[in-house]
Write a protein of this length. Sequence first.
Length: 202
Amino acid sequence: MTVKTTRKGTQVQPMTRKQIEKVYTLPSFERVENSRLVKIDISWERKYLAMVDIPELAGIPFYNGRLCDGRLYCHRGVHSPYQAIFKEIKEEGLLGDILEISGMFNPRLTTGSETILSLHGGGLAIDLNAPWNPWGGPSAALGETGTLLRVLPIFMKFGFVWLGEVDPMHIQPGVAIHPPLKVAADPSGKKTKLTEIGRAHV
């Protein structure tokens, strides 16, 4: 698939919020007082979030300086796409373009909203190379350190979209090419509990 990528973003119509919720299932949550963080439904987290092996990312630093051990904590519905994406990035000789894993699971509200959960809160979106692609832009251009423009067509091939100058570090599921995730009911039968999760699981 050929995807045109410009600094305005990738030219693919992203899914609506309702479509994303239908395909992937997002958690219920409570907002932490005086904070943009939220408390995620712990039974949802146990069902839908898990570590996934992505060996290509081993040794790449997170935003906090910690080195990735080749695993990411994210929504099970994007495990296979992320594995395939980073495998192809490496095969194309572009892994050196990934300088930092700037964000993954982060239970918080979306930027600019007081009520809407960020897709990072659902473990779906990923931020890459934030120091070179700050929120609000400008993004790093082709040939510049930190550019994502060479790897973005690979993300797009697997149904992801880039937000361009609005949030140039941010990549998220954008095309409903993955079937709805089927998850078995919580075998414990316990009542849903809420837990506050920090950014430890970037």
